[in-house]
Design a protein around this ligand. Structure first.
Ligand code: ZN
Length: 316
């Protein structure tokens, strides 16, 4: 039997500069660069994955850095805000840390939870919330200790061109539970510990424009390949037109655009990021799928050099 999704598997966004993205997500937010690979559909561009120490589903944000690409506009048909969850009593630490690196923060309260909101260098909207749920990340970086480190996604705020339709899809197709309404927000909950709280902000319905600084798609978790096949049937029976199952090396994927124009993916938990390199060395080497290995030299020469480095020295 197909189970409802546990929540978010990963979120993928477009940005412009690879090093700036590494500096922000690994350096400032203290996530681990768990995979350095290329866009399988455009090998001249990196595909960078950041997550907890093993890149567990529900912790992974991925980027295609296209230098000089068109700036997008955040709006309907996109993930509007990506929510990170941190342990209790660490929000003040994050406010101070972000301010120290000149990241402006504001606060919002939704459903009695306090959110620290800010933007990444390309303008992607992010926020951090404290919650009890979800195990601590074991990845530490700079002065981000385990009791402060980002655990993974808390969830996301969706901007839909048709919020009621998106709400129906989250409930009827993905199996999330509608748990509340407040102001313009409808709140949904999935069964997982992290990446499980999804808000639709009904006040934003003007269409977004894809490009740098916007989320490209949100992927939901399927537990196994067997379940993934059933998910595909279920999505099709629900009136959508999912792609065939695509091998993404670290998971299998299907994609479909829901009625509110947000691109949904359903991705399998296995095999994960230790599929092609040892867990201790994730993200250190450029990983290529077998069919690109013969072009490695040219691909490496074409990509900008990037490194995970500490932002601490720069500001002191
Ligand atoms: Zn994806």
């Amino acid at each position: 039997m197909r189970q409802p999704t546990q929540g978010i598997h990963h979120i993928t966004a477009f940005v412009q500069n690879a090093q700036k993205t590494v500096d922000f997500y690994a350096g400032v937010l203290g996530l681990r660069l768990v995979k350095k690979t290329i866009n399988f559909d455009a090998p001249e561009v990196y595909h960078l994955y950041f997550g907890n120490e093993i890149g567990k589903p529900g912790t992974i944000i991925t980027f295609f850095p296209w230098e000089n690409s068109r700036k997008g506009r955040i709006g309907g048909g996109q993930v509007g805000i990506t929510t990170y969850v941190v342990p209790q009593n660490s929000l003040d630490f994050w406010r101070r840390r972000l301010e120290r690196f000149q990241v402006k923060t504001t606060e919002q309260v939704r459903f009695k939870e306090k959110y620290l909101q800010f933007k990444d260098p390309d303008g992607l909207q992010l926020e951090i919330v404290e919650r009890e749920n979800g195990e601590n990340s074991n990845w530490t970086f700079g002065d981000v200790s385990v009791d402060k480190a980002i655990k993974g996604f808390g969830g996301a705020v969706l901007y839909s061109t048709k919020p009621e339709k998106t709400a129906q899809t989250l409930g009827n197709v993905m199996g999330l539970k509608r748990v509340g309404m407040e102001g313009s927000f409808i709140r949904f909950q999935a069964t997982g510990e992290i990446g499980n709280i999804i808000d639709i902000d009904q006040s934003v319905t003007y269409a977004g424009l894809g490009g740098a600084g916007t989320v490209h798609h949100i992927a939901w978790r399927a537990k196994s390949d067997e379940e993934h096949v059933l998910w595909r049937e279920h999505v099709e029976q629900s009136g959508y037109h999912p792609t065939t199952i695509i091998d993404r090396q670290y998971f299998h994927a299907i994609y479909f655009r829901e009625d509110g124009e947000i691109l949904f993916e359903i991705a399998t938990d296995p095999p994960g990021f230790a599929n092609d390199e040892p867990a201790e060395h994730l993200g250190e080497k450029l990983m290529l799928p077998a069919w690109f290995e013969q072009y490695r030299k040219g691909i490496e020469e074409g990509l900008p050099k990037i490194e995970v480095r500490s932002p601490e020295e720069e500001v002191q």
